[in-house]
Ligand binder design. Structure first.
Ligand SMILES: Nc1ncnc2c1ncn2[C@@H]1O[C@H](COP(=O)(O)OP(=O)(O)O)[C@@H](O)[C@H]1O
Ligand SMILES: [Mg+2]
Length: 371
């Protein structure tokens, strides 16, 4: 059952097309993540659902209630949409105790004092802040403040939990813990949740489904496994995880087997690919963990390169191998490799069009430069 249904949403800020024909369905009780680089329209989508932005076109339903419909002029005010919202800045009130912060939405809704106290205790227990109701925000750590914001969002039992980069002010270790903890809480409460992040690890590890957004549009919707293993285009492949996008040319093919000449080399590599094959320029998409370094050049799908760079990353090395004009990242346990190692490409690679916007032009810290 769809708890949230967004249909053909459009929104412009002056000349900026923030949302362009965005359609998303979030299933009841599941956690859906909006993932994409800064400025791609994640917050605008979330705020439109909460009723804090008015879109220009499209429709939004929560449960069976239409809360926004441009065509009929329907626009339900935010306080009637039953959304619990947590922002990046927690926006908890510094002059109010934890219990008062959490109870505030109930007070606004004129819930009786005794009932209010009980519910505040209940949600504080839920976020594991049982004994801290009397404290003030400045007496809490960043992680605890985050949980106060979450408790406040959950206090009046919303239908939808909307979280806009809620962990971005936490340090790396704490973020990882917060991730597990929130996922566990979301499943226990069983609340339909839309989570916004630009962090692919967060998106992959927490979500039932991921919506990858790019420049105001939905690039792909799928399970974490689907968007990682079967990216819809070069942008998704590059933004979700690390991938080598090796430029070259398809010079021949036999069914799904292609002969690919990497730019700056002469000999074709024969690889099997997934997807449509078209002769001409293209990019071969290969994840670093799917390439192995082997001893023998005589097998199909092998190519000799030049060792350029080695990085130690704790649980593996990242070796950068030059093949023609491309720099190919390989994830390996081998600390030392020959000067001219032979790479074996995976059994099935993906091909992408030669020219397509990729996440490299944006802020993806995991992006691998291949040229
Ligand atoms: N209030 C606003 N006024 C003008 N432009 C805005 C406003 N809010 C968002 N934008 C623009 O809309 C685009 C999408 O923004 P946003 O949804 O905040 O992206 P994200 O949350 O993915 O980083 C960006 O180009 C941003 O600059
Ligand atoms: Mg944002």
């Amino acid at each position: 059952m769809a708890e949230l249904s967004i249909t053909s949403l459009g929104k412009s800020f002056g000349d900026v097309r923030a949302l362009d024909d965005v359609s998303i369905v979030a299933e009841e009780g599941k956690l859906l993540t909006l993932l994409g680089p800064s400025g791609c329209g994640k917050s605008t989508t979330l705020w439109s659902v909460a009723g804090l932005h008015t879109p220009d076109t499209g429709a939004i339903s929560i449960g069976d209630r239409v809360v926004y419909d441009a065509a009929s002029g329907t626009e339900v005010p935010p306080e009637e949409r039953q959304c619990g919202v947590v922002f990046q800045s927690y926006a908890i009130w510094p002059h109010m105790s934890v219990a008062d912060n959490v109870g505030y939405p109930l007070k606004l809704r004129k819930v009786a004092k005794q009932q209010r106290r009980e519910r505040v205790e209940e949600v504080l227990a839920l976020v594991e802040l049982d004994d801290l109701g009397g404290r003030y925000p400045h007496e809490l750590s960043g992680g605890q403040q985050q949980r106060v914001a979450l408790a406040r969002a959950l206090a009046y039992q919303p239908r939808l939990l909307l979280l806009d980069e809620p962990f971005s002010n936490l340090d790396a270790k704490l973020r990882e813990r917060a991730r597990d903890w929130l996922r566990d809480l979301q499943q226990r409460v069983g609340i339909t949740t839309v989570f916004v992040t630009h962090d692919q690890d967060e998106a992959l590890s927490m979500s039932d489904r991921v919506v990858v957004m790019n420049a105001g549009r939905v690039a792909q919707i799928g399970t974490p496994e689907e968007v990682y293993r079967d990216p819809a285009d070069g942008f998704v492949a590059d933004f979700v995880g690390s991938i080598n996008l090796v430029p070259g040319e398809i010079v021949g093919h036999d069914g799904a087997d292609i002969d690919f000449v990497v730019d700056g080399t002469r000999e074709a590599i024969r690889v099997r690919v997934d997807g449509d094959v078209r002769l001409g320029p293209g990019r071969l998409g290969i994840r670093p963990e799917t390439i192995s370094i082997v001893g023998d050049i005589d097998q199909p799908g092998t190519v000799r390169g030049t060792a350029l760079e080695r990085r130690f990353l704790g649980d593996h090395y990242r070796q950068t191998i030059g093949i023609g004009d491309a720099r190919v990242a390989v994830q390996t346990h081998l600390a030392s490799i020959p000067d001219h190692p032979v790479l074996r490409l995976p059994d099935i690679c993906k091909v992408f069009p030669a020219s397509e916007p990729t996440a490299e032009s944006s802020t993806n810290p995991n992006s691998l430069e291949t040229t």
